[in-house]
Structures are given as C-alpha cells and as structure tokens.
Ligand binder design. Structure first.
Ligand SMILES: [Zn+2]
Ligand SMILES: [Zn+2]
Ligand SMILES: [Zn+2]
Ligand SMILES: [Zn+2]
Length: 243
C-alpha cells in the first residue's frame, strides 16, 4: 500500500520534518534550544543524564513520538506518559518487554514479571530497542528505541515531548474529504471513516461514532484521546443546524 511520507513537528523549534529526518534534526536542535522555555527560571534547571527515545506504533508506523526522559525516571513514568498522550481508554493493563524481561503494571510472579519501578538508567542503554503493550485484549503495540544518551540541563518533569507526527491524512470513505469520525461498527471498511457531512447520513447512528484522533489507538475500545468537542456531530441538536 502506497504511503505518503510521514511528517512531524519539532516542539523545540516548531519546524516540520520527515519521520526519517527527525532524529538527526533533534540532535542539532537540542543543542541550540535549551531545555527550558524562555519563561522558565534558570533556577529550576538541573544537570541530569537523559535519554532520547523514539516511540512508534508497531503496526501503524505513521504514529510516532520523540521523547526526552531522565535516566532517573521510572518505567512507570514512561508508561504513564504513553497512556496520557496516546493510549488510555479505560485503565487496561500494560507492560514493557526489555530483552527477555517483562515489566508489568500488575506483575505476575509466576511468569517472572517485574513491576515498573525500575529506573530507565538501569534498564536502558543507547541503541536498545524494546516494546510496550497496552491492553491485552485489543492490544496497542508500541516499538521504542533509545536514540542516544547525554548529559543535559533538565527541568523537573521526568519526561518531555520533543516531537510528534502530524495527524496522518485519513480521507472520508464516501467523499474523500478529511475524516473526523469513525464508526466503531464499520471502521474496518473504508467507508466507516467519515467527514461530518457524510457521518450525518451514516446508518449505524451517532452513538457508534468515535473521533479520529492522532493516536495509534484511534477507533479502539472507545478511545477518544484528546479529542475536543469538535467531533461531536450534534445530530439532535436544537441550536446551530436547524434548517
Ligand atoms: Zn527543532
Ligand atoms: Zn478500553
Ligand atoms: Zn464525506
Ligand atoms: Zn457504521
């Protein structure tokens, strides 16, 4: 299947770069953009060992993130960060797999699993690849890579976002305009992804609709992510489209 080049935005300089070029861009951009924004007092900066992490959806690689994480952050911090930005729908279990070792939010001793208290600095190293799974029913699979490690000025947050993919263009299956909702019943068919106008005519009913959000969990298990009210079709609405 032909794909357009995935592009994303660097949050340090607001520039747009290809997925393939972002790691190299950030290596330079991190040198010229200090860790703190202009409003943060220098007093809050600390010197710390940090990792540059690249995260992508294993089966939908158009969804990707670049993160900077302190070596003293815990796997649980990283899990929470990924839940907040991409994953959380209803508190499912999750786990990292690093080498042969599984680190779970709910470890089962019988399977030799560990919890997520381990510090990143103790389990990660440059060029290491590892995985994360959220929800062991309708699983969202992520692949992570340690792009580099360095000493840096750092703010208090254990993890910060450096760059993120721009929303992949998803056309309405009916008319080709950008899709804003998907039908949970029909989302495995192209015409289950719909623009607002076509969604109003979709026969499954608006209770089946979920917002198209910039996350590999789009359409899964009622995930609405960071969607604002925009995707709400207001079908039975009295106010703005009574014609
Ligand atoms: Zn930049
Ligand atoms: Zn769920
Ligand atoms: Zn349409
Ligand atoms: Zn439908």
């Amino acid at each position: 299947m032909a794909r357009t080049t995935s592009r994303g935005t660097c949050l340090l300089c607001d520039g747009t770069f290809s997925k393939a070029g972002m790691t190299r861009h950030l290596q330079g951009c991190l040198q010229t953009h200090p860790a703190a924004g202009p409003t943060s007092p220098q007093a809050q900066l600390r010197r710390a060992r940090v990792f540059h992490l690249v995260v992508q959806s294993r089966y939908a690689p158009g969804y990707w993130l670049h993160l900077e994480a302190r070596a003293s952050a815990r796997l649980g911090d990283l899990d929470q960060f990924l839940r907040d930005i991409w994953l959380e729908c209803c508190g499912h279990l999750s786990a990292f797999t690093i080498g042969e070792q599984s680190y779970s939010v709910s470890p089962m001793d019988d399977f030799g699993e560990k919890d997520m208290r381990a510090e990143l600095g103790h389990v990660l190293e440059p060029r290491l690849r590892f995985t994360h799974e959220y929800d062991f029913g309708s699983t969202t699979h992520l692949a992570l890579k340690v792009a580099s490690e360095r000493d840096a000025e750092y703010r208090r947050e254990p993890i910060r976002l450096l760059a993120r993919n721009n929303p992949p263009p998803i056309p309405c299956g009916v008319c080709g305009k950008p899709a804003v909702v998907l039908c949970a019943e029909c989302c495995y068919e192209p015409d289950g992804w719909l623009c607002k106008a076509c969604a109003r005519k979709h026969e499954c009913g608006d209770e089946m609709f979920l917002p198209v959000v910039n996350s590999p969990r789009v359409g899964v298990c009622g995930y609405t992510g960071e969607a604002d009210g925009d995707w709400d079709l207001e079908c039975e609405d009295e106010s703005d489209d009574d014609e």
